[in-house]
Design a protein around this ligand. Structure first.
Ligand code: TYC
Length: 116
């Protein structure tokens, strides 16, 4: 391999020094992290508390204790965050929850909203 092969070529070099005798730090990565989305569970008057706890355990990997705590917060305040994910993951989890609730004839609904 020729020595020049180990050095930046002029057309790769964006800082205008043509790569001559200068060692630069790596450029800052240009890709921003994707925005995050919350999966939010809504309260209703009919879905059994035990079913909500089961949903939180199945789809959000919560322990029984954590799931009970979130379920009660939703029951008392009207809504609550189950998890925060990249948009496609949040959409999938939301759809899974709503489908599972429908299959079991419960009115439980989740939705997604941008995380702050
Ligand atoms: N409010 C329901 C009840 O009293 C329980 C419930 C909690 C329902 C959370 C939905 O997202 C929910 N049985």
């Amino acid at each position: 391999m020729k020595h020049e092969d180990t050095i930046m070529s002029a057309d790769q070099d964006s800082d205008g020094d043509q790569g001559v005798g200068v060692i630069t730090a790596p450029e800052k990565p240009k890709l921003a992290k994707p925005p995050l989305w919350k999966v939010v569970m809504l309260n209703d008057d009919y879905t059994p508390m035990e079913f909500v706890v089961e949903v939180l355990q199945i789809f959000f990997g919560m322990t029984g204790e954590k799931a009970t705590q979130i379920m009660l917060a939703v029951h008392q305040t009207g809504k609550g965050t189950c998890g925060i994910y990249a948009r496609d993951i949040a959409e999938t989890k939301c759809a899974q929850v709503n489908q599972y609730a429908q299959e079991n004839q419960h009115p439980l609904v989740s939705e997604i909203e941008p995380a702050d």
